[in-house]
Design a protein around this ligand. Structure first.
Ligand code: PEP
Ligand code: MN
Length: 457
């Protein structure tokens, strides 16, 4: 719960900003809607609906991110590359939650730090694409931009951006959030019962023995504390869980931007922690303009072409008052480039004394295509980028405060390598992602264990 003084105007309201001031800037990656009146009607409908999150939760998360900046917490942010409307089902949602809870248990146990859990879901329905159009057999249609914008089928009807999809995305986000909250509030995340999070095939995993040892040791610790205190340790039966998505589709985000009683300023109430993707992070662009004015904690993806100067100007624009917990930088350089590209950025930010939370996304710089036509990522590159990130931060005198991962609770075969050493040929077996390749349940757990191993070396 936020402290009363946070209601005061602690930092300056940005000048010349309004929820729609982004419209005066160049906006990349936005669809062209054929019917402006239909778009306006949808925005009006969305504005009248209740929000998905509250300003209290947003400010509580900001406080936790401020603590992560100081090294008192570690952030775990993860979920699908893109959610699909068809995947809004109890099994997929609970499996994803299970793997995130298991990973956070591994991290809490191994790092001896509380973990801030942030899902990459309940709104991750819009995607940036490298081309605006796609041509097949001489026919050119708009690219698929996520279920919130258009459909993946290669037909003119499916590919035409439809604003009604925003209303559906809002409803699906609300259902996802509602189910996640109910599971957690009902006791699903209770540390007394980590067996609730077991996925069917955990028994067969090469990692199972390590994981079960960890669970047993936590069980012992919980029972020990309860014996000491003579009662149940209550705050172990629930955890905080926050949501995030790439706030790409600005007409949707604008419609969710609200003022709240007894709070100053504006909040994006569609998610706790929105981020700007690498392709839309230009200083003068519409997305940076929109993010400048909301009070949520925000993140920006930082790719290998960003210079120190550009980064410092971006920090000035998004966090002029150096507010704790406000700004996270998610670097995504690739295992082969991180050692060359990251150190200068770390030095510049440290030299200027700017307060940011550094997060490593080891997925997006490591995407490649196999000879049999799959988009994949090698587990060794993913692990390698995270491990290098820890070392580079240590050498620069900065701190890696979290990781950002694309993962699923399903037994998919989208990334190669890992404990079962999946090969290019395995990809055909269970490749289900509609956009980027995700870590499967086992690979996700293995990354959590690799982080712990690295930190305890
Ligand atoms: C993503 O997170 O799915 C994505 C597109 O990332 P980036 O903006 O870092 O390329
Ligand atoms: Mn992705």
């Amino acid at each position: 719960m936020p402290q009363p003084e946070r209601n005061l105007r602690a930092v300056n309201l940005p000048a010349d900003w309004s929820p729609d001031s982004w419209r005066r800037r160049p906006a990349l990656q936005l669809p062209t809607y054929p019917d402006a009146a239909a778009l306006a009607a949808v925005q009006e409908e969305l504005q009248a609906l209740p929000p998905l999150v509250t300003s209290w939760e947003i400010l509580a998360l900001k406080q936790q991110l401020a603590e992560a900046q100081e090294g008192k917490r570690f952030l775990l942010q993860g979920g699908d590359c893109a959610e699909n409307f068809a995947d809004c089902s109890s099994e997929l949602i609970s499996n994803r939650l299970k793997v995130l809870l298991q990973m956070s248990l591994v991290l809490v146990h191994g790092l001896r730090l509380p973990v801030v859990r942030v899902g990459r879901f309940a709104g991750q329905y819009a995607k940036p694409r490298s081309a605006d159009t796609e041509t097949r057999d001489g026919v050119t249609l708009p690219s698929y931009r996520g279920d919130m914008v258009n459909g993946p089928e290669f037909t003119p009807q499916a590919r035409t951006p439809d604003p009604r999809r925003m209303v559906k995305a809002h409803a699906r986000s609300a259902m996802t959030m509602n189910f996640t909250r109910s599971l957690i509030d009902g006791g699903f995340a209770d540390l007394h019962h980590p067996e609730y999070w077991n996925l069917d095939w955990v028994g067969h995993s090469p990692l199972a023995a390590d994981y079960h040892r960890m669970v047993a040791s936590i069980g012992d610790a919980v029972r020990f504390m309860e014996t000491l205190s003579g009662s149940e340790v209550y705050n172990l039966n629930r955890v905080d869980f926050y949501t995030s998505h790439e706030a790409l589709l600005l007409p949707y985000e604008e419609a969710q931007t609200r003022q709240v009683p007894r709070q100053w300023g504006w909040f994006n109430l569609s998610t706790h922690f929105p981020w700007i993707g690498m392709r839309t992070a230009a200083l003068e662009g519409a997305h940076t303009e929109y993010f400048r004015g909301i009070r949520n904690p925000v993140a920006v993806k930082i790719g290998p072409s960003v210079t120190s100067d550009e980064l410092l100007r971006l920090i000035d624009t998004l966090n002029p008052d150096d507010e704790p917990g406000r700004l996270a930088l998610i670097h995504r350089m690739g295992a082969s480039r991180i050692a060359e590209r990251l150190p200068a950025l770390l030095d510049a930010v440290r030299r200027e004394g700017r307060r940011v939370l550094w997060i490593c996304d080891p997925m997006h710089g490591n995407t490649e295509s196999t000879s049999n036509g799959y988009k994949t990522r090698r587990f060794d590159n993913i692990r390698g980028e995270v491990e290098q990130a820890f070392d580079l931060h240590a050498a620069a005198g900065t701190r890696l405060g979290g990781v950002h991962l694309e993962l699923t609770g399903e037994d998919v075969t989208e990334c190669t390598g890992g404990a079962r050493d999946l090969t290019d040929l395995d990809l055909a077996r269970a490749y289900r992602s509609s956009v980027d390749p995700r870590l499967n349940y086992e690979q996700a757990l293995e990354i959590a264990m690799a982080i712990v191993h690295k930190q305890n070396q």
